[in-house]
Design a protein around this ligand. Structure first.
Ligand SMILES: Cc1cc2nc3c(=O)[nH]c(=O)nc-3n(C[C@H](O)[C@H](O)[C@H](O)COP(=O)(O)OP(=O)(O)OC[C@H]3O[C@@H](n4cnc5c(N)ncnc54)[C@H](O)[C@@H]3O)c2cc1C
Length: 543
């Protein structure tokens, strides 16, 4: 990106992003949705901010006072505004509940620590008073990762719940230009981090679709993967060190890029979703900011041909360092919807083939070399070069889709995404199984899919589903999600490639790791967090 977007504060409370960018669907698109999918405007309008129902604050005043003594009174907020804005995350079910005025999962208070020491002291206090703590980064979780269980299987209920908002931990602490690492604090939102690093001529290269609002701590805690993962890697690969505060003390992890000194403890905290500790600092690999960015489009006859081409790039191409920085393949439906003017959607039989977007970032000579190598391989695999326009168009609209979700929800369509990954050999079966499951659960939805993260041994599949809302859209999506989850596990995929486990994937994750895997997680949890206060209800099966 030329100039990283800086997020508007605060994010829309019942939807996505910058309130100024919210838009209504044009009438012809609404008509088309009615014609194609039977979408009708919802019977009840969305709740206004003033209509949101909040439970009373459960935390006793002495506990609030003790927390305020740690962080300063102005950094412990129990007002409606703070509580509503820290209720749940940004999945479609989360948005549907907020649009219905339901903030029953609101924390009792929002605590904003200003240092590692304050985080550690807040954890100590909360353990003493049995207060559940939900670490809160950008609040963009889409797997129920920010909804605390107020009761606990082992030891009963909590005195209350606090959201531990890490937004004040927002500094670039140091840059090591020799090792090409930087130490950054977890509450930095991605655009802020990019802006700070740009001052040193550096980039992280992490651009998920939630880029505008998500934080570095959230990326590490949920094992995020960005749109440029082919070039810069997944976020968990970027983490070379971290500091973690736990109720039992502090851990400093990662003193070398790789180590043979036993199992890698970084892996215990990457993907731990706030259940084992609070990440208070990250040492991350950085790259020189690219001098050149070139995006282009390729057309393949169908999804199978495009998949084969991506596999060759990820295997043979990667050996010659010819892998693009951004590499994504849309299936036939996603290609058609992406390419079509809204009015062309009425002709779903039209033959658009499948679009591959390949983006190259780096120094000019290096970009030219990789582009040439990749082009030779894509041509050999049957691709037709479409020039820069489809690539540039994708790059310009890459953060817009979440805004469209809000407009679709308001128009009466349910729209949600889900993702998985598997080995290349299993990919066609997994693709078919998930589509079949979604069609079985929803009747005739629009199901689109793309591959946007590739590895030598496999890839992820990312599905977007649009369907007419029923009278109970939450139950409607829950049934579809259950069916898709069963299909994913049945076809050999993982329940998540980059969204994480949260509460929504707990059952499928338990099936994926088995009884012994669950026991290991519970053992770690009990040792680090004996009172079980850290994000209860997420990640850990049977806890
Ligand atoms: C519209 C949209 C698009 C998205 N696109 C992508 C995408 O392209 N790629 C992708 O990977 N994900 C994507 N996501 C999912 C989400 O943005 C990621 O999971 C992201 O990593 C969450 O970051 P966050 O700062 O918002 O964390 P939060 O949502 O605030 O927290 C996520 C989890 O991490 C825990 N946590 C947060 N900070 C810390 C910390 N410092 N220490 C310990 N635990 C912590 C929380 O308790 C929670 O369990 C998308 C989400 C939305 C809504």
């Amino acid at each position: 990106m030329e100039s990283p977007l800086l997020p508007a504060e605060p994010m829309l409370w019942s939807g996505w992003g910058d309130p100024a960018r919210a838009a209504e669907l044009p009438a012809p698109v609404r008509d088309l949705l009615t014609e194609l999918l039977g979408v009708r405007a919802p019977a009840t309008p969305a709740a206004t901010f003033g209509e949101v129902r909040l439970p009373p604050v459960a935390l006793p005043p002495p506990v609030l006072a003790a927390l305020a003594a740690v962080t300063g009174e102005e950094h412990v907020r129990a007002d409606d505004d703070a509580r509503i804005r820290h209720t749940r995350g940004k999945s479609t079910p989360d948005l549907l509940l907020m649009r219905a005025g339901d903030a029953s999962d609101a924390p009792d208070a929002v605590v904003l620590p200003g240092s590692h020491e304050e985080v550690a002291e807040v954890l100590r206090l909360c353990a003493e008073h049995r207060v559940a703590v939900v670490p809160f980064g950008g609040g963009t979780s889409v797997v129920g990762g920010l909804t605390a269980a107020r009761r606990h299987l082992h030891s009963g209920g909590f005195t209350g719940v606090v959201a531990l908002d890490l937004g004040r931990l927002d500094r670039l602490r140091s840059v090591d230009p020799v090792s090409m690492t930087a130490v950054l604090e977890p509450g930095l939102r991605a655009p802020q981090a990019e802006r700070l690093l740009a001052g040193h001529g550096l980039t992280l290269g992490h651009f998920p679709q939630s880029y505008e609002y998500a934080t570095l701590g959230g990326f590490a805690a949920a094992r995020s993967s960005g749109q440029a993962s082919a070039g810069y890697g997944r976020f968990d690969d970027m983490v070379v060190g971290m500091t973690v505060a736990t109720p039992r003390g502090t851990l400093e992890i990662g003193r070398a890029p790789r180590s043979a000194a036993g199992p890698d403890l970084r892996q215990v905290f990457l993907g731990s979703e706030g259940a084992f500790g609070v990440i208070t600092s990250l040492r991350l690999r950085v790259h020189p900011a690219p001098a050149v960015r070139a995006y282009e489009g390729w057309r393949f006859e169908n999804f199978a041909a495009g998949t084969a081409a991506l596999r060759r790039l990820a295997q043979e191409g990667a050996q010659e360092s010819a892998l693009p920085t951004v590499l994504r393949l849309s299936d036939e439906t996603e290609t058609m919807v992406g390419l079509a003017k809204p009015t062309d959607l009425a002709a779903p039989g039209s033959d658009s083939g499948c679009l591959v977007v390949a983006g190259f970032e780096g120094a000019p000579g290096e970009v030219a070399r990789r582009r040439e190598l990749a082009a030779a391989l894509l041509l050999e695999a049957g691709g037709v070069h479409l020039g820069p326009e489809p690539g540039e168009k994708w790059a310009q609209g890459r953060f817009s889709a979440p805004y469209l979700r809000d407009s679709l929800l308001a128009a009466g369509a349910t729209v949600e995404t889900l993702e998985t990954a598997c080995f290349w050999a299993d990919l066609p079966r997994l693709y078919d199984a998930v589509r079949l499951a979604l069609h079985g659960a929803l009747g005739s939805p629009l199901v689109m899919c793309h591959i946007s993260h590739v590895y030598a041994t496999g890839a992820s599949l990312y599905f977007t589903v649009v369907t007419a809302q029923t009278g109970d859209p939450l139950a409607q999506w829950a049934a579809a999600k259950r069916a898709a989850g069963e299909a994913i596990i049945g076809a050999g995929g993982t329940i998540s490639h980059h969204h994480g486990v949260g509460r929504d994937h707990l059952e499928a994750y338990a099936a994926e790791i088995g009884d012994l895997g669950g026991e290991i997680l519970r053992g770690i949890k009990e040792r680090l967090d004996p009172a079980g206060i850290l994000n209860p209800g997420v990640l850990i099966p049977m806890y």
